[in-house]
Design a protein around this ligand. Sequence first.
Ligand code: AMP
Ligand code: GLY
Length: 418
Amino acid sequence: MKILIVGSGGREYAIALALKRDESVECLYFAPGNGATDELGVNVDIKDFEKLALFVKEENIELTIVGPEAPLVEGIVDIFKKHGLVIFGVSKDAAKLEGSKAFMKDFLSRHNIPTARYIQTDSIKKADEFIDTLTAPIVVKADGLCAGKGVIIAKSKKEAKNSARDMLNGESFGDAGKNIVIEEFLDGYELSIFAVCDGENYKILPAAQDHKRLLDGDKGPNTGGMGAYAPTPLANDDIYAQVEEFVVKPTLKGMKDEGMPYTGVLFVGAMVVNKKVYVLEYNVRFGDPECEVLMPLLKTSAKDLFYKAAIGRLNELDLKFKDEFAVGVVAASKDYPYRNSELKPIAVEDENNSNSHVAYAGVSKKDGVIYASGGRVLVCVGIGKSIKEARDNAYDLTKKVSYDGIKFRNDIAYQALK
Ligand code: AMP
Ligand code: GLY
């Protein structure tokens, strides 16, 4: 089978590595891919979705898998389906669960799915009145996509009111902040839980934990994620059962009832407070770097998982995971997350090890050399029989990777190891 992967990050690289473990996968294509994906398949430089669909038809590509949220929100799935193509990802309507926090919160509320108390509004007066009913810290969120930056945790009512006003005036996040969500602060621990869904059926993957802050000890600014591990012992049977009964099932039913059957990845950003699961946010795709630690743990063929989900036949699949752990340490560029850094050549020694590998993300290629081209450059993934062993394998690999300005956290998986 020929498969196209849409996206260019470490998440898409990890999906490709998992697909390649199935011998029936004959060729992979990436649109657009990165400077390392061309070693796993063919990079395709077609941005227009209609033209990309025609390319997929011409090449007889039987399955397309969409990695990031942007093409989903822009409607790639609807266009591919109009052409009769098999594609794994959510429709433009369903992508609103990530594209609009106001839509997502109202959906949770309509279907009684546990979440923080909130209002969504475009009125400064209503924002101020609701803030007065809360106690600090108070969370203020821009409605639209802001590349993970649209959330302010205000330490006082005054700061919350100022943040709300700046967003509503369009000063902090432009149009994405013309509508806002204000909600109570939930004090617990966060989990990333993923359900692969086919519109009706779902498969829940082992729970992962991300590390959003730049620096050790969860200090510094928020990032896209500096490392992840899975499965996390912080998710026990009761937590999986709550996610299934009170989150995933009512979400799939609600989306179907509202005319937007959910086919794709449901990423539940969960906060556990006093053993109870609340939904902080939904994303309509795999997390990055969570995907990089989940894909290596798949025992079932990744091709079967995504293909059966895309054609609505997940019920036929017995999804199995290895009895192992994975830890991923993100290596970022010098000035991440503040600004882009200059291109720097990457050297990796002894890359092909059975218990560790590199998932390439922000890289480009020139004259056969792979360069760190900014942001999150790559993920060092370690596998092991315990979290500690996986963590040690991941950090051993970081010692073999070098480029000018490399930086990473030294405490990935600390919550599971303390
Ligand atoms: P979001 O994009 O909505 O996931 O928010 C980004 C991050 O802000 C989350 O991963 C949490 O760390 C934090 N956050 C968002 N909403 C809340 C909340 N209601 N209570 C506590 N922390 C929150
Ligand atoms: N790692 C969190 C995300 O992908 O949104």
